[in-house]
Design a protein around this ligand. Structure first.
Ligand SMILES: N[C@@H](CC=O)C(=O)O
Length: 313
């Protein structure tokens, strides 16, 4: 039975990422992961997803992949929460196999990246997506386009993909720039465009985004959801909050990115700063993690810039 697969017009809102906690010996801390899932299913998020960049999909064994997704699926089904599974991998064969195995868990959508060793031509992108969508059918696909991906797509390429792959319901992008708003607005009418959490009010105001796989939800999922509801009812008030959120990211998070902290290190730092999600800041070898001193310093700044984000339950 495939319950409620998402569609372009139902994929929206604020989705929270599962973060994988690691022990000091680099094994997965499954009891803490369990607590993290238990916490997330009780929040007001529109849904939960596994294995985005912040879920460190690129650095898991296949046995771990299966176990993490079984844990997420079991808890979401029991609590009737929407969930998506990231089946992304740098290898096309492994992505396909991840979908083949995880399909029985019946997520509302799968996220995939394009294979990431050779940049792909548009013909190769189509061949990849056809097979992925066939394997996933009737579960739909969201294409994740991280900023560092080797295959770069124009809005025209995305329209072409959307014309040829009916199972493709959405895209997840890492950057929005004003020169692309008009094209993205058109794209957002035919598929669901998900944009970074700290730009979501702009996305709603400009009608270029329908939701977010949200880095802001790492700080406090319920605050991110409340902010989204404000955007829908009073977008200018939503923009005022976005100005504060972006000030926090510009002053505290982007400088750390320039110092070599990766996106998952920063998402884990955000969760530790918010202190709501049971998790830890450790990334699996060989990647660099934020430390406790950074958590304390960034939390102090966040409490000044975004005081409301800490108290919302
Ligand atoms: N970078 C994230 C988004 C938010 O935390 C992801 O991996 O999905």
């Amino acid at each position: 039975m495939f319950a409620n697969p998402l569609q372009p017009n139902t994929l929206k809102g604020v989705w929270g990422t599962l973060q994988i906690p690691f022990n000091t010996d680099d094994t997965i801390d499954y009891p803490l992961l369990n607590e993290g899932i238990d916490f997330l299913v009780r929040t007001s998020l529109h849904g939960i997803y596994s294995n985005g960049t912040a879920g460190e999909f690129y650095n898991q064994t296949e046995v771990e992949f299966d176990k993490i997704n079984e844990m997420l699926a079991e808890r979401c089904k029991r609590t009737e929460r929407a969930f998506q599974i990231g089946a992304s991998h740098m290898s096309p064969i492994i992505s396909l196999e991840r979908i083949r195995r995880a399909k029985a868990l019946n997520p509302q959508a799968f996220q995939v990246i394009f294979p990431d060793w050779l940049p792909m031509t548009i013909e190769e992108q189509i061949l990849f997506m056809i097979k992925i969508a066939e394997e996933a059918n009737p579960i739909p696909i969201v294409l994740y386009l991280p900023g560092h991906a080797k295959t770069k797509l124009s809005v025209k390429d995305l329209e072409y993909l959307s014309d040829h792959i009916p199972g493709l319901i959405g895209i997840k992008i890492a950057m929005i720039t004003p020169d692309r708003y008009a094209d993205m607005r058109k794209l957002n009418q035919r598929m669901s465009v998900f944009i970074p959490g700290h730009h979501l009010a702009t996305g709603i105001k400009e009608k270029i985004g329908s939701g977010s796989y949200s880095n802001v939800a790492c700080i406090n999922p319920d605050a991110a959801r409340k902010w989204y509801d404000i955007m829908l009812s009073d977008v200018e008030r939503g923009m005022l909050i976005e100005n504060m959120v972006r000030k926090f990211f510009d002053e505290e998070i982007i400088p750390l990115a320039s110092r070599g902290y990766s996106d998952p290190a920063l998402d884990k730092l955000l969760a530790a700063v918010g202190g709501k999600i049971p998790a830890n800041t450790r990334l699996r070898w060989p990647y660099k993690s934020a430390d406790d001193k950074q958590v304390v310093a960034v939390r102090a700044a966040a409490r000044k810039i975004l005081p409301d984000f800490f108290d919302i339950q």
